[in-house]
Design a protein around this ligand. Structure first.
Ligand SMILES: [Fe+2]
Length: 378
């Protein structure tokens, strides 16, 4: 009989804490306070939220584990020197010592280039089912983009879909904002010029997590969209030119947007890495990126590296192109996927009208995790 990898193989009380070994071969010794402060006990944690009620900082520093007993393969009962007795799930303890905790959207990533061709498509009606919405969010975690179809091609037609995930993010641009030619606009988005590949608004410290672009009309000649997997591009750069990758990952630059009523600034490197050195964000916005006045030799390296990254970003080999149709909405991970637009002709009696809105990152990951929990329980 095969055992669950997180089944508890053995437990032992050590002077420094509780030693646990799991069926997958991993073992770890937990500090007594680490266990005690998360004990699932009435006086310690709120059972509904898991929020801590006990002031953990005042637990005795010399607290120890006095006894431990395995309760089947799934849990261990632990007695502490302050008299508390609590039962811990082996799987939860195993998760706590996992190498890569996923705080953001959960799931493995699949890097892609132009050969990907298309994207997972969901109808609005699919997303109204919990299993369908979870499938959509899992694909978003994997690829960084999904297409939603049969969204009403009307002014706020996107809000029903977005409400299935959570609240939209409000910015100085508003909630759901128009993307169409506007002669009075400050931003280059609101013209008919082409837009080079970019992520949205890296000039915010509370930056955009996900972009939802909803097509109401797209009948002008031109105006095709292009998207690039920023993580795939960054990994290509890391493989072929580690020094350039390093320069972009360690040189913070300032992103800035200003108009008559707004001044937004943020600093981050073009390539953001997590604690383990994996790429977690690509911030690319030619319109709003400004390097510091550093010594020329430092900037020479930065500019060389930026050029190489740009060559990859602009290459046909990395770009998937398509033309959004009325009633389609495109969801993009704004930390990962860069988007661009071809210029379009204002003649010929057509029109191009998109509407876009944003989510914070945690709004989306929260929805995915809750759906996973609910569907696993159901
Ligand atoms: Fe954009």
């Amino acid at each position: 009989m095969s055992r669950h990898p997180a089944a508890i193989q053995s437990v032992a009380v050590e002077p420094r804490g509780l030693a646990v070994a799991w069926a997958d071969g991993r073992s770890f010794t937990f500090h007594p306070i680490w266990l005690r402060e998360r004990a699932p006990l009435e006086d310690t944690l709120d059972p509904r939220t898991g929020q801590r009620k006990l002031e953990a900082a005042f637990l005795p520093l010399e607290l120890s584990v006095l006894a431990a007993r395995r309760r089947g393969e799934a849990s261990v009962e632990v007695g502490f020197s302050d008299g508390a007795v609590a039962r811990f799930a082996g799987a939860e303890l195993r998760r706590a010592v996992a190498e890569t905790p996923q705080l953001d959207l959960v799931g493995d990533k699949q890097l892609w280039d132009a050969s990907l061709g298309g994207f997972p498509r969901y109808r609005l009606d699919d997303a109204k089912q919990e299993a369908g919405l979870l499938g959509l969010l899992d694909d978003l975690a994997r690829l960084g983009c999904v297409l939603v179809e049969e969204v009403p091609a009307e002014k706020n037609g996107i809000l029903e879909f977005m409400g299935l995930i959570g609240n939209i993010k409000l910015t100085n641009w508003g909630g759901v904002e128009d993307v169409r030619v506007d002669a009075n606009a400050f931003d280059l988005t609101l013209t008919n010029r082409g837009l080079e590949p970019h992520v949205d608004n890296p000039y915010r410290s509370s930056t955009i997590g996900y972009v939802v672009l909803h097509c109401l009309e797209n009948s002008f000649e031109g105006g095709e969209s292009g998207i690039v997997d920023g993580f795939a591009v960054a990994e290509r750069l890391r493989a072929e030119d580690p020094a350039a990758f390093e320069a972009l990952a360690t040189t913070p630059v300032t992103f800035r947007y200003q108009d008559e009523t707004t001044l937004l600034e943020n600093r981050c490197p073009l390539i953001g890495l997590d604690d383990a050195g994996a790429v977690e964000r690509v911030a690319w916005s030619n319109r709003t990126e400004f390097a510091d006045a550093r010594p020329p030799e430092e900037l020479a390296l930065y500019y060389r590296a930026r050029r190489r990254l740009a060559e990859l970003i602009y290459s046909d080999e990395m770009t998937v192109r398509f033309k959004l149709q009325p009633g389609q909405a495109f969801v993009l991970d704004n930390y990962r996927v860069l988007h661009s637009r071809q210029p379009f002709e204002l003649s010929g009696g057509g029109n191009r009208h998109m509407r876009q809105a944003y989510f914070d990152r945690d709004m989306v990951s929260s929805r995915q995790k809750v759906l996973r929990r609910r569907l696993a329980e159901g």
